[in-house]
Design a protein around this ligand. Structure first.
Ligand code: ADP
Ligand code: MG
Length: 370
């Protein structure tokens, strides 16, 4: 397969069977309107759709070459965004993380029988910087040095150390990845979409000694801020993340790219708005074996991934279940939607495994209403 021009790429996707959001929303007319446009960073339509045309099994199939791509190529991005996030108009409210001292989430699974760990992450981009397809080596290096400055400002529980990937042994990288802390350079969807260009320059990971707060630098996004811990205390996990974001905004020169309609801008259109993904690793053998499993998750606006992350195989009966929507709602609304969804998953699993009536069943505390 020798694909060179943007026409070659689009023709391949156009003539193939694919359920990607790119394929579903691109038309000949849109293609013609956009194919010769360029962003300030010289980003092209090909930069955005290459991965999705090479990998016909892509989910989204389109990434932003740089923050401006969302506007320059809005003819395709906006339909994809509406379709993915299931919104009629593309708009996003101001950030609202809720009153973090009065969340009342409670513990999702006090019995500890189903949920083994909980994680909340957001993606962020440095305003005015290109994304992978248009980034030059000096951009990656500059971004990393700004990140290091911001990371040094953390205090208390958030304090930690930055480890550049270029200085980390492959054994250590593998170990951190298997423990669910680090990313690997193994995802063909990301690889074909330029995410691994000039790897490992500018890439690294920061974490506190307990590994409950982590930051990925220059992986898919400029920044991924991650809070996680064993068990199901989502309230503690969420609060830690919010405090970390406040620290970056208040104590460093990093400025997050933000769009009036799209919220926080990141590389993937599935990950705009709040960019928040709140997940649990959850053991649900009974529900997972039901034919209606995926429909059930969809109904509750949940997404399922393999236990080793996006695009990984399902292993055993433990799944990564998280909110699917990230745009058009505030952070606190999205987390509450995820809680309601996980509550439904747990109740269904208990109904199926026969434990619903037992006194040690999962109970939800606090106020989870939106
Ligand atoms: P992201 O949306 O943050 O990019 P990925 O699907 O790429 O997430 O997964 C990144 C890593 O995070 C993987 O190792 C995955 O197993 C881990 N992970 C995700 N959710 C949880 C969780 N609730 N508990 C522990 N690890 C998790
Ligand atoms: Mg990822």
């Amino acid at each position: 397969m020798s694909l060179k021009s943007v026409e070659d790429h689009w023709n391949r996707l156009k003539n193939a069977s694919s359920t990607s959001f790119l394929k579903r929303n691109m038309t000949e007319l849109i293609f013609k309107e956009l194919k010769d446009k360029r962003t300030f960073f010289n980003g092209t339509l090909l930069d955005c759709i290459k991965g999705g045309c090479v990998n016909l099994d892509s989910g989204c199939g389109i990434y932003a070459s740089d923050p401006e791509a969302y506007d320059v190529f809005s003819g395709i991005f906006f339909p994809v965004i509406k379709d993915y996030h299931k919104v009629g108009t593309v708009s996003h409210p101001n950030p609202d993380f809720g009153d973090i001292d009065n969340l009342g989430f409670g513990d999702l699974d006090p019995s500890g029988r189903y949920i083994s760990s909980t994680r909340v992450r957001v993606g962020r981009s440095q305003a005015g910087f290109p994304f992978h397809p248009t980034a030059k080596l000096h951009d990656r290096v500059e971004l990393e040095s700004r990140a290091m400055e911001a990371l040094q400002a953390f205090s208390g529980e958030l304090e930690g150390t930055y480890y550049p990937l270029s200085e980390m042994s492959s054994t250590k990288q593998k170990e951190l990845t298997e423990e669910h802390y680090l990313f690997l350079q193994e995802n063909r969807f990301l690889g074909d979409a330029h995410v691994y260009d000039e790897w490992p320059v500018g890439r690294g990971i920061f974490y506190n000694p307990d590994k409950t707060f982590l930051v990925w630098v220059n992986e898919e996004d400029h920044f991924r801020f991650i809070s996680m811990q064993q068990g199901s205390d989502l309230e503690a996990v969420y609060k830690r993340l919010v405090l970390a974001l406040r620290s970056v905004e208040e104590k460093s020169s990093v400025k997050f790219a933000h769009h009036p309609q799209l919220g926080y801008l990141t590389y993937c259109p599935s990950n705009l708005g709040t960019t928040l993904r709140a997940s649990v690793h959850i053991n649900i053998p009974c529900l997972a074996s039901q034919p209606y499993f995926h429909e059930f998750l969809e109904k509750h606006h949940l997404q399922v991934r393999g236990v080793n992350g996006v695009h990984t195989e399902m292993v055993g009966d433990v799944y990564d279940i998280s909110n699917k929507r990230r745009l058009g709602m505030t952070e606190i609304q999205i987390v509450r939607e995820m809680i309601v969804g996980v509550q439904a998953v747990l109740a269904e699993e208990q109904r199926l495994d026969g434990s619903l009536t037992k006194s040690d069943g999962v109970q939800f505390e606090g106020n989870i209403a939106a």
